[in-house]
Ligand binder design. Structure first.
Ligand code: SF4
Length: 475
């Protein structure tokens, strides 16, 4: 149960089949992506160039009430987005899709990721008297596209020109009056894939969406690729492909759903492998192995298979958390009490190995060890299915500062004492790429190694732009 918050999730559908209800399909797709963001969600529908949208705070049923969805009608295309808070302040203007009017009509955009040259681009646009409604990356991209459209002949040329100015990690889905466009960053840090639902093309952050909709996975968008979907089908532009690739390894550890296949590797399989490697690297005698729901479960199964120690449930997750989980007025201890319980019947009097995906601040791990001890565990051995998380990630929605990362200044032994476990073991950094060894891409592992694949010196969001916007998740 990582303390790093989820990514955002993006989705787009271009209807080729009259019977498809695109609002319903987008709503279902966002449910499948809910794990990537619970702060808010939005849907935009394009009916002949007229874009209607609705976005709201909370989990899907709360954020997108039925009566508002009915108002969206039906159309040719739709975009959907689930949001976790980026470095941006959380107000309604920062929810997506972002819908704007410009010289060529309406445009809708949504994004997963973070720009590493946000300040530079925003300063540049401010010099040109740009007026911003939000402090998000998406609005910067919208401005760049609108400006590029002045002297380019098509929306795809304008998007390509705008993307040439971006640095960072991003997966974009854009809807113009007649086309849907998907773009993946040059290094492939953030995932994006293409599927089909009958004759209709769909684009999504994760392949699990296509299974949820009853559709088919076609392929991943290549790093640097732009795909354009229109009445004539799907067109691929690879001007920006080539060069080093760095898919986020934390997608396999935590961000993605286990039933997703990411650039050729099943997330569930990667997590099971991490568990097997952990069992070899940090063996210990115990009565059973359990996983911290959700992301520790597959790794616990892997650990159990490799060690031949039986797997059993040790922790139960409350599935009905809803918006309380996202209410920042509550402290994290309070939220953890809502979220997890130990299964006393299994745990009492036992030596327990508990597997989690990662440790960031350490408070969740401390709480878990405490829960297991209170439920009667004789010994608690914590194993972490990733290496020590020592460096902030500037390429996702959540940049936990270095001073808050427990591994930035504590050894594994010190962390073990802090969380109160009998023993603690992390997956080694060297073995981490092994978990997804069939992947076609190279990896980013900067949160574990400090080796960022690109310059991140322009990334802090505690800046002059975000301070002007009131943070109020209750709006
Ligand atoms: S720093 Fe870590 S979480 Fe961020 S993109 Fe790289 S691997 Fe992913």
């Amino acid at each position: 149960m990582s303390e790093l918050h989820d990514e955002c999730g993006v989705f787009g559908i271009f209807k080729s089949d009259k019977s498809t209800d695109i609002v319903e399909e987008t709503y279902l797709a966002l449910y499948a992506l809910q794990h990537r963001g619970q702060i808010g969600a939005g849907i935009a529908v394009n009916d002949g160039g007229n874009i209607k949208y609705y976005k709201g705070f909370g989990m899907i049923p709360e954020a997108l009430p039925e009566k508002e969805l009915l108002r969206l009608g039906n159309g040719k295309m739709a975009l959907g987005h689930v949001k976790y808070s980026s470095g941006e302040a959380v107000d309604h203007e920062n929810l997506a899709p972002l819908v704007m009017r410009y010289m060529k009509g309406q445009l809708a955009l949504c994004m997963n990721g973070a720009l590493t040259n946000y300040h530079m681009l925003r300063d540049e646009l401010n010099q040109g008297a740009a007026i911003f409604q939000s402090n998000g990356d998406t609005e910067i991209i919208a401005y760049l596209i609108a400006r590029a459209r002045i002297d380019t002949g098509s929306i795809e040329d304008a998007v390509d020109k705008a993307v040439g100015k971006l640095r960072g990690a991003y997966a974009l889905v854009i809807m113009s009056p007649e086309k849907m466009i998907g773009v993946r960053d040059k290094m492939g840090i953030r995932p994006l894939c293409i599927g089909k639902l009958g004759e209709s093309y769909v684009i999504a952050s994760e392949s699990c969406v296509f299974d949820s909709l009853g559709g088919d996975f076609i392929r991943d968008v290549e790093p640097g690729e732009m795909v354009v979907i229109d009445e004539n089908g799907l067109h691929s532009y690879k001007n920006r492909c080539g060069g080093e690739t760095h898919l986020c390894l934390f997608e396999y550890v935590y961000f993605s759903r286990p039933d997703t296949v990411l650039d050729g590797v099943s997330v569930a399989k990667a997590r099971q492998r991490a568990g097997r490697l952990l069992a070899r690297q940090h063996p210990v005698d115990a009565d059973f192995v359990c996983g911290v729901p959700d992301c520790g479960i597959e790794s616990a199964i892997g650990y159990s298979i490799e060690s031949d120690i039986r797997y059993a449930t040790g922790l139960i997750k409350n599935m009905y958390i809803g918006r309380a989980f996202n209410n920042r007025k509550r402290n994290s201890e309070y939220l953890m009490r809502i979220k997890l319980n130990a299964l006393k019947h299994n745990v009492d009097g036992k030596r327990v190995i508990v597997i989690d995906d990662s440790i960031l601040k350490g408070r969740t791990s401390k709480h878990i060890v405490d829960l297991l001890r209170k439920a009667g565990a004789k010994e608690v051995h914590m194993r972490i299915a990733s290496p020590m998380f020592r460096n902030p990630c500037y390429l996702t929605s959540d940049t936990t500062p270095k001073e808050d990362l427990i591994a930035s200044d504590m050894s594994a032994e010190e962390i073990c004492r802090y969380i109160g476990a009998d023993t603690l073991g992390f997956l080694s950094v060297e073995s981490l790429p092994e978990i997804a060894k069939e992947c076609r891409l190279g990896f980013c592992d900067a949160c574990f190694t400090g080796n960022y694949p690109l310059d991140v010196s322009d990334t802090s969001r505690t800046d002059k732009y975000s301070q002007k916007i009131q943070i109020d998740p209750e709006v």
